[in-house]
Design a protein around this ligand. Structure first.
Ligand SMILES: [Zn+2]
Length: 354
């Protein structure tokens, strides 16, 4: 049976997104048809929207929640009528596969393929892109687990493996950086130093567990961090992806002692807009630079942990989601506000109360 639904579509580079009807067929063997409850709005989509070479048409969005309307014959981890989270990392790819298979949709009479997408009232997704969402948690704020939380908190908890008492600095208190702060707090890091250029975002960082804040517009952030920690942090996270933040995060990491132990680690979470140079004397101090994408761990294994931490009050999703839109028609406004730096944490679109 053909389902008609509405989706945000990047149809022409440089123009606002269209919100138009698309058509979805019944799921194939390894696919699920999901009615969306909510979706997050993430910086990655801004990069997609502003990429002149990106394919068109493109469906967007890669974190959300919904309910399974239909499931293919080979789908066993979720059933019809069950709630799911949608995430941008495949949940548990079999050996040998590097990406989940794409699905099909029709728009204006033509057939196209899509990977994951959540800026749509319904989505046809490969089963790899959903994991179960328990019934005893809200369906709106949990929409950000599928990208912001696994990327940000996961960078601290799983990529870096922050331990209790480790000193942590986080550059950038946006959608991802705010989640790095939350992950560092869950891990028991102390101190947790937030760095941003915006005083409002630094106040917000304190609500999320930052023990100290540094305004990089007023002081040299690495110097301030070294003074606060007596020489530098165990882990510095670059959650921005611009050259200055990258270099400052590397510089904020503590040096090792020659012949005794290695230095700390800079974890690069933000995707840079250009290449990133290393200081000539980088080898001195034996610091490590580590890339983090999607928080390293398999979503099928770790996303239930985030639900548990939320229930225990350790993952403040209600604070991490700072803005809710009520209709897909507001998508271009949501994109504009994110772009203008108006969003602390994450904004979401809520399609439909369950
Ligand atoms: Zn994202």
């Amino acid at each position: 049976m053909t389902l008609k639904t509405r989706a945000a579509i990047k149809a022409v580079f440089g123009e606002p997104l269209l919100v138009e009807e698309i058509e979805l067929e019944d799921p194939g063997d390894e696919e699920v048809l999901v009615k969306l409850f909510a979706t997050g709005i993430c910086h990655s989509q801004l990069h997609q929207i502003h990429n002149p070479d990106g394919p068109v048409p493109t469906l967007l969005g890669h974190e959300g929640t919904g309910i399974v309307l239909k499931a293919g014959s080979k789908v066993s981890h979720v059933k019809e009528g069950e709630r799911v989270m949608i995430q941008f990392v495949p949940r548990d790819l079999p050996d040998g596969m590097t990406t989940a298979n794409r699905t099909k949709y029709r728009w204006q009479g033509e057939e196209y393929e899509a990977g994951v997408y959540t800026w749509a009232e319904h989505a046809l997704l490969n089963e790899q892109m959903v994991v179960p969402l328990p019934n005893d948690v809200p369906t709106d704020i949990t929409a950000i687990i599928g990208c912001a939380v696994i990327t940000g908190a996961g960078a601290a908890l799983y990529t870096a493996g922050v331990k209790p008492g480790d000193a942590v600095a986080v550059f950038g208190v946006g959608g991802v950086g705010s989640n790095v702060l939350a992950g560092a707090k869950i891990a028991g890091a102390d101190p947790i130093i937030a760095v941003d250029l915006n005083e409002g975002k630094l106040g917000y960082a304190k609500e999320l567990g930052a023990t100290h804040t540094v305004n990089g517009a007023d002081v040299n952030a690495p110097d301030a961090i070294k003074e606060l920690t007596g020489g530098g942090v165990d882990y510095a996270f670059d959650a921005i992806g611009v050259q200055a933040a990258f270099l400052q995060s590397v510089e904020s990491v503590k040096a090792g002692v020659l012949g005794v132990h290695r230095g700390g680690t800079a974890v690069i979470v933000g995707i840079g807009q250009g290449d990133l140079p290393l200081p000539r004397l980088f080898p001195i101090g034996e610091r490590t630079i580590m890339g983090s994408m999607g928080g390293s761990a398999r979503p099928g294994e770790v996303m239930p942990n985030y639900i548990e931490w939320y229930k225990e009050g350790k993952l403040p999703l209600e604070k991490l989601v700072s803005k809710k839109y009520e209709n897909l028609d507001e998508i271009n406004e949501g994109v504009r506000a994110l772009e203008q730096g108006e969003i602390e944490g994450r904004s979401i679109i809520v399609y439909d109360a369950p």
